[in-house]
Design a protein around this ligand. Structure first.
Ligand code: SF4
Length: 481
């Protein structure tokens, strides 16, 4: 690992916004947060993947992956981050290095690739991602990017986050460091207002930002930059002129919020767009911070008026669903900010959350879960597919909300499932998103297919001996005594 990368990782672990890190001794902190992986277990994404998913939603930039083609293949567009304009971010650029490059170095190939992209697409900037192989052969992407930027007169941003540096969430932060080192503060916005905010850690998945933006527009609050959903290079570069920052997902890019507070004195708060009351709290917090920073205090009354109207409309729209969903039990297998923000949204929909996973949650996330669900909150640190299966088959939950990888557990148990992770096709943010989420849960729960798949097949009905063994019973028997 190069000295500069080591220093950068050490800097990221110094994060003042992370209570867990601050509570550690200096020696412990140096070891970082990476947990030893269990042999044979799926490890999730690498640091490169983390940096790429954090930055790829900047839509007008060319994202060039310096490495073998598989790295780009693995990370290309695996989330539904939407754009209201340019689609350049969805074009997969890679240097696609070969054996000779591994032997002789691939810096020249990288330089030529940057030139080709600028000649053909003329983007406002090129982001260059380091990967394991090019990191190990010692390609200095920072030097190549610097040379290319001088030669072509365009920002060429090195994102030094090779896969071996650590897990995906470290990659999110290393991606954020690239923005802090090379992008934010390098341009000035055409105009500024006392109502300018940045939203950090919002990726506009399936268009979620667009469910929130009309509310901010109605209040006259301008999103100077969203980092990084539906982002534009120039907006991110001028983000340092905002009056306040909102952190949407605390684990992913908190270093941007804390560093912007240190460098430009921009305060931040952590909020959520999921659920009716959390959306209202977020709007109140935005108004509070902006008023503190010089906006007209009458913004508070306008915010309260908007909240009154929007809340009433949302409650009215979910009323019929609430009656049908009342008392239905949900198993929530997700992580991070969603482990608590989605809980409160589900409770508002009348559902009972029987368990929420906290594997990828921070200490603050866990505190929030306790606040919402009480001290007996059923927090699940790690749940094996077999345990999920048994829980669903024993009808301890009526529906599972999780990422796509666990869907087959629910389907095998013949129980409803809904995608709540970043790959989902539905947007669940704001008041509008709450209605959509409740409607989707209702569709999944009351889909007639469940009745059909639970009915024994004709040959099973005719001969009980042919009936498939009860997998829940098998799972229980397989548990160690
Ligand atoms: S672990 Fe390395 S080789 Fe694999 S995708 Fe990540 S950067 Fe590429």
């Amino acid at each position: 690992m190069s000295a500069s990368l080591k220093a950068k990782i050490a800097e990221v672990f110094e994060e003042p916004g992370c209570d867990k890190n601050q509570a550690k001794s200096e020696k412990e902190r140096k070891k970082g947060c990476t947990k030893q992986l269990t042999p044979g277990a799926a490890a999730g994404g690498c640091a490169f993947d983390g940096a790429k998913i954090a930055l790829q939603p900047i839509v007008d930039v060319a994202h060039l992956v310096h490495g073998p083609i598989a790295c780009e293949g693995n990370s290309w567009d695996n989330r539904h981050s939407a754009s209201s304009g340019s689609t350049l971010y969805r074009t997969g650029f890679t240097t696609d290095i070969n054996e000779l490059d591994v032997i002789y170095g691939a810096e020249k190939r990288l330089f030529k690739s940057i030139r080709e992209i600028i000649d053909k697409y003329d983007p406002p900037a090129v982001f260059v991602y380091q990967t394991c192989v090019t990191g190990l052969i010692g390609d200095d992407i920072e030097a190549v990017c610097k040379r290319a930027a001088e030669k072509f007169g365009k920002p060429v941003i090195p994102v030094n986050s090779p896969g071996f540096a650590g897990p995906k969430n470290l990659g999110n932060k290393l991606g954020a460091e690239a923005l802090l080192d090379h992008v934010i503060g390098t341009m000035e916005p055409a105009t500024t207002t006392p109502y300018d905010i940045n939203i950090i850690g919002e990726y506009n998945l399936s268009g979620e930002l667009w469910q929130v933006k009309p509310l901010l527009d109605a209040l006259g609050v301008r999103v100077l930059s969203c980092i990084s959903g539906d982002g534009r290079y120039a907006e991110v570069a001028s983000a340092h002129r905002a009056r306040a920052n909102m952190m949407v997902c605390s684990k992913s890019m908190i270093n941007i919020a804390t560093r912007m507070r240190q460098r430009w004195d921009i305060p931040y708060f952590e909020g959520s767009f999921y659920g009716i009351s959390d959306m209202s709290t977020t709007l109140r917090e935005i108004a509070r911070l902006l008023i503190e920073r010089g906006a007209d205090p009458e913004l508070r009354q306008r915010t309260e008026a908007l909240i009154r109207v929007e809340e009433a409309r949302a409650w009215e729209r979910i009323r019929a669903y609430r009656q049908r969903l009342a008392g239905k039990k949900v198993l929530l297998i997700t992580g991070g900010v969603k482990s608590w923000s989605v809980v409160s949204a589900l409770q508002e929909a009348g559902l009972e959350v029987v368990g929420t996973s906290i594997k990828k949650s921070t200490k603050e996330d866990k505190e929030k879960i306790k606040e919402i669900m009480g001290d007996d909150a059923h927090m699940i640190d790690d749940m094996t597919p077999r345990q999920m299966y048994a829980m669903l088959r024993d009808a301890k939950a009526d529906i599972m909300l999780s990422g796509g990888r666990s869907q087959f557990v629910a389907l095998k148990a013949r129980m409803p499932w809904m995608d709540i992770n970043q790959e989902r096709h539905h947007a669940f943010a704001g008041y509008e998103g709450m209605v959509e989420m409740v409607a989707e849960i209702d569709k999944a729960l009351f889909n007639p297919v469940w009745q059909q798949v639970r009915t024994p097949a004709p040959w099973e009905a005719a001969d009980p001996l042919l009936r498939a063994p009860d997998p829940a019973q098998l799972a229980r028997e397989a548990q160690p005594a």
